[in-house]
Design a protein around this ligand. Structure first.
Ligand code: SF4
Length: 247
């Protein structure tokens, strides 16, 4: 009987993907309640809520959208409303002038190009005025239930870097890096997990590495956040007094 071959060690890319999945498993156990932070009942509601959530807290937008969605239940209702009325209704969301314009332009395009429906297609979504790739992926991943969408918001961008999943700052490149590491069935979920972890544990100003379930897998564990690191380097760069001059 011949001796069996020793198991092959995983290559670099394979090892990175295995680590990424292990991180997802730990985050899943830590944040089983992770979900889309915006409340919605249809693709149109999520599309509008995502536009309204720009430069605002999701929680705050969730307090406003039930009444807004009752008043404007369809794309046609948003598109045909008097602009001054929409501006007034969106005032509490902040930056209401731009948001009113964006929501009405998007809904107008939905009426003209898609019969008032939200298209279930990335290219058609990003072709809508005011809809970027992140918003399109949020809608596809959450309202249409596509599990393979990577929506890169500030939490996903920051944590993907800290966790060593990407070296890029460009959201499109980060999306591609995460898509290469995560199984297609877990990408939308992976974004929710990074978002919740970024809010609860790996907070921007002071990541709580001591309480972090993925610290053993994180290349940034117990390092100062990037801003503080730069300040630290600057201080470290100051010429130390030589033994001679120190006397
Ligand atoms: S170990 Fe620290 S830096 Fe890494 S993900 Fe956890 S909290 Fe963030």
């Amino acid at each position: 009987m011949s001796a069996g071959r020793a198991p092959r060690a995983p290559g670099r890319e394979e090892a990175a993907a295995l680590r990424a999945v292990e991180v997802l498993d730990h985050l899943e156990a830590a944040h089983p309640d992770a979900k889309c932070a915006l409340d919605f009942g249809s693709p149109l509601e999520l599309l509008v809520a995502t536009i309204l959530a720009a430069q605002a807290q999701d929680k705050h937008i969730n307090t406003l959208t039930p009444a807004l969605f009752r008043r404007y239940p369809t794309a046609a209702a948003w598109a045909s409303a008097p602009p001054e009325q929409v501006r007034e209704d969106l005032r509490p969301t902040g930056f209401f002038n731009q948001k009113a314009k964006a929501v009405q332009a998007t809904c107008q395009a939905l009426v003209e190009r898609h019969g008032g429906a939200v298209p279930e297609d990335l290219d058609a979504l990003v072709a809508l005025p005011g809809v970027g790739r992140k918003t399109a992926n949020v809608v596809l991943g959450n309202a249409f239930g596509h599990p393979d969408r990577v929506a890169v918001d500030t939490h996903v961008q920051r944590l993907a870097k800290l966790l060593g999943f990407t070296r890029h700052d460009d959201p499109v490149k980060i999306e591609a890096d995460l898509a290469a590491l995560w199984p297609a069935a877990r990408r939308t979920r992976g974004c929710h997990l990074l978002q919740f972890h970024g809010r609860r544990v790996c907070v921007a100003r002071r990541p709580r590495c001591d309480a972090c379930p993925v610290a053993p897998l994180c290349p940034s564990a117990h390092s100062p956040p990037p801003g503080k690191k730069a300040a630290g380097k600057k201080a470290a760069g100051k010429k130390a007094p030589s033994r001679k001059s120190a006397g």
